[in-house]
Design a protein around this ligand. Structure first.
Ligand code: PRP
Length: 183
């Protein structure tokens, strides 16, 4: 990964940090859902949460089921536009199910708030959110993840699912881009 690393100004969370944080989240989820009537639905929000989802489910040692939804709030830039589009809906019937939204990042919080409203309309039994990254200083709406991997300063992040213009999702760490890459 030396090639892409040339565009990175600094690494905030290396791969080991991410795996460690993800295992902690997995343990918390196991503890909270071990007595659930039905396996919780881990709902991966595409595309950014895919690497976190992949890591997370490896460490959950109780029954779960998975599904995917794609909502978009950023459109290729570095700032949230505030508008949200449903690109791909869930495939399962979520009525009366415990749903854990799996996010890569809670930034302004708009996406999570929108998802919670959407899932309530589907008559789910409960809603929680596990986010790899929380960026509390960026919050514009009152919402928070129940399980947080790492807390980040208010910087534009790439890697481990997080993109700039759809790129850098494949980095095994989370870092900050050099300004010349996007200016
Ligand atoms: C990103 C990220 C979260 C959301 C967080 O998704 O995956 O879903 O933005 O931002 P917010 O808290 O300000 O709403 P994005 O819409 O960029 O789609 P992607 O996952 O496909 O990159």
């Amino acid at each position: 990964m030396e090639n892409l690393k040339r565009d990175i100004e600094k690494i905030l969370f290396n791969h080991e940090d991410i795996v460690h944080a993800t295992k902690r989240v997995a343990e918390q989820i196991m503890e909270d859902y071990k007595n659930s009537e039905q396996p919780p639905v881990l709902l991966c929000t595409l595309k950014g949460a895919l690497p976190f989802m992949g890591e997370l489910i490896k460490h959950i040692d109780i029954h779960i089921v998975i599904d995917f939804i794609d909502v978009a709030s950023y459109h290729g830039g570095t700032e949230s536009t505030g508008s949200i589009i449903l690109r791909k809906d869930v495939t399962m019937d979520l009525e009366d199910r415990d749903v854990i939204i799996v996010e890569d990042i809670v930034d302004t919080g708009r996406t999570l708030k929108h998802l919670i409203t959407y899932l309530k309309e589907r008559k789910v039994k409960s809603i929680a959110c596990a986010s790899l990254v929380d960026k509390p200083e960026a919050r514009l709406v009152d919402v928070q993840a129940d399980y947080v991997g790492v807390e980040s300063p208010n910087e534009f992040l790439v890697g481990f699912g997080l993109d700039y213009d759809e790129k850098y999702r494949n980095l095994p760490y989370i870092g900050v881009l050099k300004p010349e890459v996007y200016s």
